[in-house]
Design a protein around this ligand. Sequence first.
Ligand code: HAM
Length: 431
Amino acid sequence: MTTLKAVRGTRDLLPPETALWNRIEATARAVFARYNFGEIRTPVFEDTALFSRGVGEETDIVSKEMYTWEDRARAQSEKTQTLTLRPENTAGVVRAYIEHKLGETGQLQKLYYIGPQFRRERPQKGRYRQFSQIGAEVIGPPSAGSESPLRDAEVLEMLATLLDELGIEGWTLHLNSVGSSADRARYNDALRAALVPVVGQMCADCQRRAVTNPLRVLDCKVPADQPIIDTLPVIADSLDEASKAHFAAVTAALDAAGVPYTRNHRLVRGLDYYTRTTFEFTHGGLGAQNALLGGGRYDGLSEMIGGPKAPGIGFAMGEDRLVLTLQTQNPAAPQVLVDAYIAPVGEAMNAAALNLARELRRQGLWVELGDGSFRLKKSFEAADKTARQIVILGEDEIQTGILTVKNFSTGVQTKVPRGELAVFLAEPAGA
Ligand code: HAM
């Protein structure tokens, strides 16, 4: 029989690596709390129309990468639906905002999420078919200040703080504005016109995009096309006064907070819902998939999916890429050792050993429980790999109430009364 393996582009995450994932998530939750964000959990699958309308039919995500299926009706009361595993979480959050009428609170909604997303991309380092995003969205009615450039700057400042607290060194913030939809329509016309004389020399994708969605030409990675793209007009020249003022206010606030950024005229992002501010944080250590995170403003998304006017701004970090970056920076992450390994001497001691382990664990110690069928040598070897100390539990120890503890880093062996054991193990001599 063929052995079954994890599907291409999916991975199992195992300890000790999962400890790093948990640390990243705990740091993110702590930072989000300080900025007054609350957690939202939306379903992993949604009606396909949410993504085709929200993210955009012409985007790579919707046109090539979604896991979509027909979900057959199981009862007369149900309809057969077309469903999709979420390729991103912003559309789902905005759907929930509309569905739960969160706009009627009149307050800004500040929501974060952590969870898996699915895209049928070509797998490579840092790019998977199931990956995890840590993201956040700030959304609300204009009366709550949702259009303010201060919200953009605050989100970017929070990201700089979060990356610093995670210990990610050497990130770059790329910043741009894609303007209002009217600005983008103007820019698309300018691009379309500029592409006419040159598009014949460009890749097949660009030839198609030049007709359907010229903005997407700026996403092209084909080396031969780059010198041509460099000659195309930049979107900054198509922005109206209001979009220019918004962008200037964002950069002024970033300057005041001391958050460094570089203007990147080509940063138009691969999703159609963006308006005005767009951004990515990149890291040189990641190779081709160098975006640690991406995001931007989406002032029209709620209306695109049938909701009220609800401007917003948000981002999603690729958690897999945060992990890769931290592992590259710090290849020899120290192994976490538990406080004590309890070694019963003989199987008759197993039950008493479970009771001792229970006592110590209930006092907060990290304890590994061995097995009385092991010879003492085997117990010592196992303990040395997992614990800072070993506790021997035999007949004598039960009778005298005095336990033998050996500390592996000092080599010192100590007799400890059972009543003092927890305190002793928590603060080993010489540690
Ligand atoms: P995105 O740029 O498509 O934006 O994805 C955000 C981040 O998710 C990327 O920068 C990358 O780190 C990670 N990512 C994307 N695809 C993969 C993959 N196949 N494997 C590993 N990591 C990946 C969004 O998803 C928007 N929803 C962000 C946003 C929130 N904009 C406004 N609010």
